[in-house]
Design a protein. Structure first.
Length: 307
């Protein structure tokens, strides 16, 4: 991680300017990465719902939806124009930008609380802190995760984020807005914990190979890409279950029941639908966000934003 953590002393402290740097820099990086990689998320959601459309007769969705990444992209462009690839960007911004900003701020605060630089965390500490930070943030923003998944699926036609929230609340209640909570936590919390652990260890390995104490900025991105690939692959099944739960109008099934339904009707392969676009999106988004975040922090520190 970048040397912004140098402001953390051996004693727990929460300097206001330092927290402001963490929040504002994460907001900028999250906004850029969310807009840039949204098409991958839409394609991933379409692939994960397409395989299940025939069995969900109550959903008015196209039965000829393609089941490949390139096929889905071409299908969306032909039927919804290029703008269709960015469907769901608004709810994604509502969810991703503040949640990523709060995640980095929480991560920063937790590391400071135990009196360590983030770059000095052990594997267990980095995994635990990443998991805890994502869990805290993920629960609060889950309604936007549900709306984002529904926008991207092409199944639901909502006219604005707030109208979507009101519509779900009126027809499905709070349970609809928090659909797939367990599956979401099983996806996001381990992903963040694993990503942070892999990322920090990857940077330490690069430092060792290069024989340097301070890793060059250009090495942050490949470390992030490697961490993202590993974390995405491990948490892929939970993502499929989450998408299936959140794009269902009936919420009678539990996370376990949806998991067993996929295994019974689609096999292990069903748990990995949409893996390629998700891996591309999560990997490059996380790597870009971290790399961009660290560079912004350095610029802000030079401008005396942080103490």
């Amino acid at each position: 991680m970048s040397e912004y953590c140098v402001t953390m002393t051996s004693k727990p402290s929460f300097p206001l300017k330092t927290v402001a740097v963490a929040f504002s820099s994460a907001t900028i990086s999250a906004t850029c990465s969310t807009c840039l990689f949204q098409p991958f998320d839409l394609i991933k959601t379409r692939l994960q719902t397409a395989a299940n459309m025939k069995r969900l007769a109550y959903i008015a969705a196209p039965s000829n939806a393609p089941t490949s990444m390139m096929g889905t992209m071409v299908y969306v462009i032909r039927n919804e124009s290029y703008r269709g690839l960015w469907k769901g960007t608004t709810p994604s911004m509502f969810r991703s930008v503040p949640s990523i900003a709060l995640y980095f701020t929480t991560l920063h605060s937790m590391a400071s609380l135990i009196g360590k630089k983030t770059s000095d965390l052990s594997v267990a500490e980095s995994f635990s802190i990443g998991l805890a930070a994502r869990s805290c943030v993920g629960i609060g923003f889950l309604p936007f995760t549900v709306i984002k998944a529904r926008y991207e699926s092409g199944i639901f036609e909502y006219r604005g984020v707030m109208k979507a929230i009101l519509s779900i609340w009126k027809t499905e209640g709070g349970r609809g807005l928090y659909g797939g909570l367990t599956a979401t936590l099983l996806r996001d919390a381990p992903f963040s914990g694993l990503y942070l652990a892999f990322y920090i260890q990857g940077k330490r390995l690069m430092n060792s190979l290069l024989g340097t104490e301070k890793l060059p900025s250009q090495c942050n991105l490949p470390c992030g890409v490697a961490a993202g690939i590993l974390a995405s692959g491990i948490t892929q099944p939970a993502d499929v279950v989450k998408t299936r739960l959140q794009t269902r109008v009936a919420h009678s099934l539990t996370t376990r029941q949806v998991f067993m339904d996929i295994m019974t009707n689609e096999g292990v392969r069903g748990l990995f639908y949409g893996m390629m676009p998700r891996m591309l999106r999560r990997t490059f988004m996380a790597a870009f966000t971290w790399a961009f975040y660290e560079e912004i922090v350095k610029v802000m520190e030079k401008a005396s934003w942080a103490i």
